[in-house]
Design a protein around this ligand. Structure first.
Ligand code: RB5
Length: 150
């Protein structure tokens, strides 16, 4: 499994720690984030990881900024992306099981590294359940289709 990771200047340290953590668990991690603490713009990195997913370069994505909000908003502008900001593992797990999230996002200014590790663990070990949830996830894609027609 290949995971794209993206971050802005606020989250360089957490990105490095999560990248190393995921690699230690056997995941291949592709870095789309900044490695500099010079001020940067989160939409650049959210879009880069989102595009990598829809192009098939990576399977899933992890995005980190100060809150996880801005970078997930950027990713969710890309058709086919379901990016969820989670500050605890329960929502992360359910976002995969019910919403088929393909990006998990969190904030380096919001949670600590141990919680971030728990979030990615729960998220990556969960599986999309489909079934009744598939109807709703398909309705999300319908919104994208209607937007394109405008
Ligand atoms: C950067 O100051 C900050 O706005 C950014 O990391 C993020 O929290 C935005 O949502």
């Amino acid at each position: 499994m290949r995971i794209g990771i993206g971050n802005d200047h606020v989250a360089v340290e957490m990105k490095n720690e999560i990248k190393a953590y995921l690699e230690s668990k056997g995941y291949e991690v592709v870095n789309f984030g900044t490695d500099s603490t010079e001020r940067a713009n989160y939409p650049v990195y959210g879009e880069a990881v989102a595009n990598a997913i829809v192009n098939g370069e990576v399977d899933l994505g992890v995005l980190i900024c100060g809150t996880g909000v801005g970078i997930s908003l950027a990713a969710n502008k890309v058709n086919g992306i379901r990016a969820c900001v989670c500050s605890e593992p329960y929502s992360a797990k359910l976002s995969r099981q019910h919403n088929n999230s393909n990006i998990i996002a969190f904030g380096a200014r919001v949670i600590g590294i141990e919680t971030a590790k728990m979030i990615v663990d729960e998220w990556l070990s969960a599986e999309y359940e489909g079934g009744r949830h598939a109807v709703r996830v398909e309705m999300l894609a319908d919104i994208e289709r209607r937007q394109k027609e405008k």
